[in-house]
Ligand binder design. Structure first.
Ligand SMILES: Nc1ncnc2c1ncn2[C@@H]1O[C@H](COP(=O)(O)OP(=O)(O)OP(=O)(O)O)[C@@H](O)[C@H]1O
Ligand SMILES: [Mg+2]
Length: 312
């Protein structure tokens, strides 16, 4: 296992009280595995990505749990040690707006070289840069261009090249294609698949687009209101979802043959004022008395599948 998130709790303080963005979440990613993380807007996906990357800022706070990377709890490292030993080298993060993270006044090539230099890459910077750009299927000549001279998709690829500069074995991708057109989205997803195949890189892929995830991930975690509602292999989750929330999410994927989208009625509870019992019960079509009182734990519901639901 490359990374193991254990009982992670991240709260944001607000005038309404503690917003429990993550309230006891466990997620594992194995070497070379692509793991998907899905759930509605506001369920805590980005919070998890930021916590793993040690980028939670006030008013947010990690109030409990561990992020174990190859056996070490990286939450216990000083910010400086984390930056020196882990960021870029052991894990890199790409996100929706990361393509806008390039500085406009320097060429793409200059900015990739800078990362290699700052982190003490031992080898020829130019050769490495050419390899990286080729890996993300960009013409190496792009190195001489400024960010505004690239398309959105090219910029996102260039940022992925930057993220891969120091060969991290683990990549977190938070909605990496959301701002891009559909064709570019597919191309970037294929690129992530290629990186896993050719470099064995493990990827935590966050998106609210389950259709995208179904094409690319090995396993999926479904998050609801700061908790894992269900997880399992992609096959189990798509072919036989168990949690009513997962079922609802899957039913709302538009298909080629049906444009009718059957969404889930209602809204996520206020994370600063959570109901007792199961967080999903106010919206659940199968609600029972027990659901309103006691919170269900994750239980085995398939070979490698777990759901937190009183139905099982
Ligand atoms: N700085 C903040 N202050 C207060 N609450 C915050 C802050 N950042 C996030 N939250 C709350 O934490 C919860 C989780 O937010 P997060 O960004 O992780 O959601 P998400 O699943 O990534 O959503 P999306 O799909 O829209 O990106 C939300 O309910 C949000 O309101
Ligand atoms: Mg997000």
């Amino acid at each position: 296992m490359i990374i193991s998130v254990k009982d992670l709790r991240v709260y944001f303080s607000s005038s309404r009280g503690a917003v429990k963005a993550l309230d006891g979440v466990d997620v594992d990613v194995n070497e070379g595995e692509i793991v998907g993380l899905a759930g509605e807007s506001g369920c805590g996906k980005s919070t998890l990505a930021l916590a793993i990357s040690r980028l939670i800022l006030p008013p947010g706070k990690i109030v409990g749990g561990q992020v174990v990377y190859e056996g070490n709890d990286i939450l216990r490292l000083s910010p400086n040690d984390f930056r020196k030993q882990y960021r870029w080298k052991k894990m890199a993060m790409i996100f929706q707006g990361s393509m806008n993270g390039f500085t406009p006044v320097f060429t793409i090539g200059y900015q990739i070289r800078e990362v290699l230099e700052i982190h003490g890459y031992e080898g020829d910077y130019h050769d490495r840069m050419v390899d990286l750009l080729k890996m993300v299927e960009l013409d190496p000549q792009i190195a001489d261009r400024y960010p505004h001279e690239l398309s959105g998709g090219q910029k996102q690829r260039a940022f992925i090249a930057l993220a891969l500069a120091l060969d991290p074995p683990f990549l977190i991708a938070d909605e990496p294609t959301t701002a891009l057109d559909v064709v570019t989205q597919v191309n970037i997803m294929n690129l992530l698949k290629k990186l896993r195949r050719e470099k064995g890189i493990a990827i935590l892929l966050i998106t609210h687009d389950l259709a995208v995830l179904s094409e690319i991930v090995d396993r999926i975690y479904i998050l609801y209101a700061g908790k894992v509602a269900e997880f399992g292999t992609a096959k189990e989750i798509f072919e036989s979802p168990k949690h009513p929330y997962t079922k609802g999410l899957i039913a709302s994927i538009p298909t080629l043959t049906s444009t009718r989208i059957s969404g889930i009625e209602g809204f996520m509870p206020d994370l600063a004022n959570m109901p007792p019992g199961c967080k999903f019960y106010p919206r659940c079509p199968f609600v029972m008395e027990v659901c309103k009182k006691n919170e269900p734990e994750l239980r085995t519901v398939g070979e490698n599948q777990y759901a937190a639901c009183w139905l099982y």
